[in-house]
Design a protein around this ligand. Structure first.
Ligand SMILES: C[S@@+](CC[C@H](N)C(=O)[O-])C[C@H]1O[C@@H](n2cnc3c(N)ncnc32)[C@H](O)[C@@H]1O
Length: 766
């Protein structure tokens, strides 16, 4: 792959700085037309000459993003002493031979190579770390600090060991990198100093003239000159931003802000190639200068990052193996214990023995974040609603140490193949892949401890990967997508068990930065589901979600959501929010795709409702489970019969326990007064047995089933929970009858839900 890209460290909360917006576009430089411009260009040129004198290419400088702040900081050069040791030849293959499931997915390979076309739907994501991975100490997280070797490996690794493990090859690479960075930083700092000096003394005559006097067809007095001279365009962009920054002093008399903004919008569209619609939407998110930085950052690729698969290896070992193959890398930042940022590689990262053996996955750094926020615990039941190609599913599995059970769902059969491939390659054993529209949850299954909804989105956070987003997203997309996202988020909430002892959380994330797909969706969920509230994501960096923007006001707790931008953290644009479910979903709440009375809900008729009309539950209703509820009474009888049979199998007399014996022989009174179970008792013992075991299993796994042993029988258990139900038509019928007669059956809601849950297993794939 070669080519050092994205050398700037990821995830660091770096303040917006001038260098980001004055940075020159890489492939051109022409004299600016004005006196002042010439002076500025001169200053830059000088700096550039300096930088050239150092062993640095301009391209590298741009890729690096050159944090000027760190220029003043001492850069710790690599130890020259270790330089000469030849890199060990790759004889590691043996190490991996036992682990290789060898499933290699072409989609994933594409992603790996970093130049992949990633659609808005595909933020190859994943990877998270457990709670402990989240570094509580904000101060520690400083991307401006040049990483020293001491800081290279985080807490889970022995730092001394790690230093020793660093091969000379990597040290050389890092050393070169540090030299280059220092040169770039010095040059840019100097340029900036000169430019700053120049700008402090602006005479009225220096007010940039960026607007025309004639009106365009829309009555705006902006320049319609579609210049072919890209440098001219850039100069005007810079000037317009300067004016907007200091409007009082720099605006031409009689001009208003809106005119300058319109000019800026037009120039952004011409310069970066966006549709006016999208550019306007994105421009509205930031002050002008920051918007410029955002658009600029979308022109350079983000660093290549891999996530160590801790189910197969440790990060230090993986790093060593890759270093031995000539890969230059570094930990992605203190915020992650599993990420490695790749600076240079002589081998295709999607085809190394380590890759094939599932020791890592190529994954954008920001894709770690939703999983870290969800923080799944061992032995939990987790739903990944939109899982393909599985970056986040496999990360979830790693955090759960292959225990518990993950239902990895995706609506796309085609993309699910990649998901299955990754699950195999990375050695995930606690996951079941399903192929539903997530809107069908929780009908398919509910009662999860945690749900991740990494929603399909417009991909405005990953424009650097997929430039087609600049022009192919229309107004209709920004109506359809949020509509789908709103339905999905309700389904996610309704699929969670608010009684979960360890969880009860939902994470909603997108790789988009628009308000429509993020805060508005979250607000919709808050409005429609009074039984959830936003909680802290636990992520140590990220900008707060908007509580107010463009005339829209959101709940103050929206501050707890997190936004990530390419220009602030050098990661893909992302949004992460975390909810805690605190009570059952009201029985008559508008569902994800239906209203309480079964009619299409307002949301499916295209009419968004922001007002929550759902009543608060009474205490009695609170006792009802929201979904996936269990009929305690009925299940108790099944369990007891199962236990009695079990006792008989072991040669014990169940009647020795009179309570069990009597209950077993007694037909169960159905809540609605019927005797469905009694009728069923006429069926064969074997059939009953299968059903009973299933019900008992479900019961146990929901209430007590968190203690299953790591990585042993989780998948099998999960399948057993759902598969035999296919045969339980009688039972379903009985329950359906109970549902159909609500008057007779005060707890029909739970029964209904249970039936719905059980009926939805047909698409499950182990
Ligand atoms: C952003 S991608 C998910 C990336 C994935 N979480 C990962 O980390 O690898 C969104 C996914 O949503 C899926 N999708 C779209 N509509 C869906 C729906 N109604 N139900 C379930 N999945 C859906 C798409 O097929 C796509 O794979």
């Amino acid at each position: 792959m070669g080519g050092m890209r994205g050398k700037k460290k990821q995830g660091m909360p770096e303040p917006l700085d001038e260098s980001l917006v004055t940075r020159k576009r890489k492939d051109y430089e022409a004299p600016a037309p004005k006196e002042q411009k010439r002076r500025r260009t001169d200053a830059k040129a000088k700096a550039k000459a300096k930088a050239k004198a150092a062993p640095v290419s301009k391209k590298a400088a741009i890729a690096n993003g050159a944090a000027k702040k760190s220029a003043a900081k001492p850069v710790k050069a690599a130890k020259p002493a270790k330089k000469s040791a030849p890199p060990p030849v790759s004889d590691d293959e043996d190490v991996f031979s036992d682990a290789s499931d060898g499933v290699d997915d072409p989609d994933v390979m594409e992603d790996v190579l970093g130049d992949v076309k990633v659609t808005g739907l595909d933020a190859l994501g994943s990877a998270s770390e457990d709670d402990s991975e989240i570094d509580d100490d904000d101060d520690d997280f400083d991307s401006d600090v040049e990483p020293t070797k001491n800081a290279m490996w985080s807490d889970d690794e022995d730092e001394d060991d790690a230093q020793e493990q660093l091969t000379a090859a990597n040290i050389e690479g890092l050393s070169r990198k540090l030299d280059m960075q220092r040169a770039i930083e010095e040059a840019e700092a100097q340029a900036e100093l000169e430019e700053g000096n120049m700008q402090t003394n602006i005479a009225p005559a220096d007010r940039p003239k960026v607007l025309e006097d004639e009106e365009d067809e829309e009555g705006r007095k902006i320049s319609n000159l579609v210049t072919q001279d890209i440098q001219l365009l850039r100069t005007r962009l810079n000037d317009t931003i300067r004016v907007l920054d200091d409007f009082k002093n720099l605006a031409e008399p009689g001009r208003d802000r809106a005119e300058y903004r319109a000019q800026l919008l037009k120039d952004i569209c011409s310069y970066y190639g966006y549709s006016e619609f999208l550019a306007d939407k994105l421009l509205s998110l930031f002050p002008a200068r920051e918007a410029f930085a955002f658009f600029e950052a979308n022109e350079t690729p983000r660093p290549i990052v891999i996530r160590t698969n801790t189910l197969r290896t440790h990060r230090r070992e993986l790093a060593q193996s890759l270093i031995n193959r000539g890969v230059q890398l570094e930990p992605v930042g203190k915020w992650s214990k599993v990420g490695l940022q790749i600076f240079d590689a002589q081998v295709p990262l999607g085809a190394t023995p380590e890759y094939l053996a599932g020791h890592y996955i190529l994954q954008a750094a920001s894709s770690f974040l939703p999983v870290m926020a969800l923080a799944p615990q061992e032995n939990e039941r987790v739903l990944d609603m939109a899982a393909a190609p599985g970056g986040k599913t496999t990360h979830l599995a790693a955090l759960m140490k292959n225990t518990g059970c993950i239902f990895a769902n995706d609506a796309s059969k085609e993309r699910s193949k990649g998901l299955i491939g990754n699950i195999h390659r990375l050695g995930v054993r606690n996951s079941i892949v399903c192929n539903y529209s997530a809107l069908e949850f929780p009908k398919v299954m509910g009662g999860f401890d945690r749900v991740l909804l990494d929603a399909p989105c417009s991909g405005t956070g990953v424009i650097a990967k997929d430039a087609s987003v600049k022009t192919n997203k229309t107004e209709a997309d920004f109506m359809k997508l949020p509509h789908l996202q709103k339905q999905l988020i309700l389904a996610a909430i309704d699929s969670v068990d608010h009684h979960s002892k360890t969880g009860g959380y939902i994470v909603y994330s997108t790789c988009s930065v628009t308000v429509e797909e993020n805060e508005q969706v979250v607000q919709y969920a808050l409005n429609k589901r009074p039984n959830v509230r936003l909680v802290e994501t636990g992520l140590t960096f990220g900008k707060e979600g908007f509580t107010k923007i463009g005339g829209k006001i959101f709940h103050p707790s929206m501050k707890m959501t997190r936004r990530y931008y390419p220009h602030t953290y050098n990661v893909d644009g992302f949004f992460v929010s975390k909810f805690k479910k605190i009570g059952p979903t009201p029985p008559n709440a508008v569902g994800a795709n239906r209203s309480a009375n079964g009619q299409p809900s307002a949301s499916t008729t295209g009419q968004d409702e922001y007002v929550d009309k759902t009543p608060i539950l009474t205490e009695e209703e609170e006792e009802e489970d929201d979904f996936g509820g269990f009929d305690e009474e009925e299940d108790k009888a099944y369990i007891e019969r199962g236990q009695a049979r079990d006792a008989r199998r072991k040669g014990k007399d169940p009647k020795a326990d009179p309570s069990k014996a009597s209950k077993e022989s007694k037909p169960k009174e159905k809540k609605g007064g019927g005797k469905e179970v009694a009728g069923k008792e006429a069926k064969t013992e074997s059939k009953k047995s299968a059903e009973d075991v299933v019900v008992a299993d479900v019961k146990v796994s929901k209430k007590d089933g968190k203690g299953k042993k790591a990585g042993k029988t989780e998948s099998a258990v999960a399948v057993a929970e759902i598969t035999p139900v296919k045969n339980g038509t009688e039972k379903k019928k009985a329950k359906a009858e109970a549902v159909a007669s609500p008057a007779k059956s005060p707890k029909t809601n739970g029964a209904d839900k249970k039936v719905r849950r059980k009926s939805g297993d047909k698409k499950m794939k182990a």
